[in-house]
Unconditional design. Structure first.
Ligand SMILES: [Fe+2]
Length: 217
């Protein structure tokens, strides 16, 4: 059984690629390393700390991307069968990753629950470029047979259990950059304010509470 579920969405209705191309000022996202190549290998903590990440996060807070993301969560994700009759919270600002050739996107294999995430969170991964082989995210222990490549084309979004299962990436040998967002959905029935106040995010030190890390639809 696969460790992830793929959903197809209408990329003309939710034009992530075009929007992000405009935001980043490039005409081919998977060749963004030709415009700006990371000077060194990324590391954990430092891995979210480059000019391209800053640019994305700055642009992301503007209306165009905020509206698209919220529209996608409200009118695609929350309509999925798995959330039928379920009140959900969504990650206010999605996490942005860039996986450039001969580099990594996230520094080490991990479970999100290692970093203060609640085990009931559900992860969604949405690449703006096709993701396959060594530019994708892999799920499962890399030293075992239990290791699966999350192959996702643009126009698809994957759901996986990132809170509880190991995931990570490899040296990207595909020659193409992968750009993606990932975000988490939290069924409201598991939300406990006191519990959530105890933890915060690793890099931004945001509390995992409604109004900070989480938003209501
Ligand atoms: Fe993760």
């Amino acid at each position: 059984m696969s460790k992830y579920t793929l959903y197809d969405y209408d990329s003309s209705k939710f034009p992530f690629k075009e929007t992000v191309q405009n935001m980043m000022d490039v005409d081919q996202l998977d060749m963004i390393h030709e415009v700006f190549e990371f000077p060194e290998k990324l590391e954990i903590i430092k891995d979210q700390n480059t000019i391209l990440h800053d640019k994305f996060y700055e642009e992301m807070k503007k209306a165009e991307f905020t509206a698209l993301y919220k529209d996608f969560v409200s009118n695609f994700i929350s309509d999925l069968e798995i959330f039928k009759n379920e009140k959900i919270l969504y990650q206010t600002y999605p996490s942005f990753r860039i996986h450039q050739p001969n580099n990594i996107a996230v520094g080490q294999y991990h479970k999100d629950s290692d970093f203060g995430h609640n085990t009931h969170e559900m992860n969604f991964w949405l690449p703006f470029t096709n993701a396959w082989d060594t530019n994708a995210v892999w799920i499962g222990d890399p030293d075992s047979d239990d290791h699966e490549c999350m192959e996702v084309d643009y126009g698809q979004v994957a759901n996986f259990d990132g809170a509880n299962s190991l995931h990570g990436n490899k040296d990207n040998l595909t020659g193409k950059s992968r750009l993606s967002i990932d975000f988490r959905i939290f069924p409201l029935k598991f939300y406990n304010q006191q519990e959530q106040e105890q933890t915060e995010t690793l890099t931004q030190k945001k509390k995992f509470v409604i109004g900070e890390y989480w938003s209501e639809l």
